[in-house]
Write a protein that binds this ligand. Structure first.
Ligand code: SF4
Length: 234
């Protein structure tokens, strides 16, 4: 199956009743500033270069960001400090993105050698998917990883994505060291074989960026590390 067909399949998914209800409800009630927008209100497809060596894995769509615009990490803030713009500035700085902003689906954003997806593809209430929802949706991650033929490095945004990727690779036959690798910013996990290197990064949520836990330089450094590893993985 091609990545295009895979994403078409994901868009039609209704497996998580709580998330289906939430994504549709939020698309009707809307945020005041987006009252005139037609919300996407469906699972959000992955985005980027299908031949990428570097993949970003986030947590889940934001209700008024990706759930509104229909593209991952797009339109979750208008002040330049939303997680989308924070992430895009870093990707642009390193050369993965052609522009430093991600506001709407027709803004011309293009990735080179980078691809982004999430462990959960529908917006969850309070940005918190349940462990069961993560488990169900990660079947798509499992499938998608097999379709990405050139992957060398995966950047996991946050602990939930990091831990889920470890579980997914384990299910695909990777040997995970004991004690298990612990999430941290800049932590590299080399799984061996044909598995990509897993690289941890704090999530560019406002909770992290506005408290100083994650600076623009720290995020740039992670993508610089990813670029180096994807060019010379071992
Ligand atoms: S979160 Fe994933 S599995 Fe659940 S309904 Fe959305 S796309 Fe389907």
């Amino acid at each position: 199956m091609s990545l295009k067909k895979f994403n078409q399949k994901v868009i039609g998914c209704t497996q998580c009743p709580r998330l289906v209800e939430f994504r549709e409800e939020i698309s009707q009630t809307k945020k005041k500033q987006f009252q005139d927008d037609v919300y996407w209100g469906k699972p959000v497809p992955s985005f980027g270069d299908p031949n990428a060596r570097m993949m970003i894995v986030g947590l889940a769509p934001a209700p008024h960001g990706s759930n509104r615009t229909g593209r991952m990490f797009t339109g979750d803030g208008t002040d330049g400090m939303g997680s989308s713009d924070f992430l895009m500035r870093a990707l642009h700085h390193i050369g993965y993105a052609n522009q430093p902003t991600s506001q709407h689906i027709k803004d011309g954003l293009k990735f080179t050698d980078a691809y982004m997806t999430a462990i959960v593809r529908c917006a969850p209430p309070a940005n918190k998917p349940t462990s069961e929802e993560i488990k169900i949706c990660s079947a798509y991650l499992h499938e998608e990883l097999k379709l990405m033929k050139n992957l060398k490095v995966i950047v996991a945004l946050g602990k939930l994505a990091f831990d889920q990727l470890l579980r997914t690779f384990q299910a695909q036959g990777a040997e995970i060291s004991k004690p298990r690798p612990q999430f941290g910013h800049g932590v590299e996990v080399h799984l061996g074989g044909n598995f990509p290197i897993l690289l941890g990064s704090y999530h560019p949520s406002r909770q992290n960026t506005q408290t100083g836990k994650l600076s623009e330089t720290m995020l740039q450094n992670v993508f610089s590390q990813a670029k180096r590893l994807s060019s010379h993985p071992f």
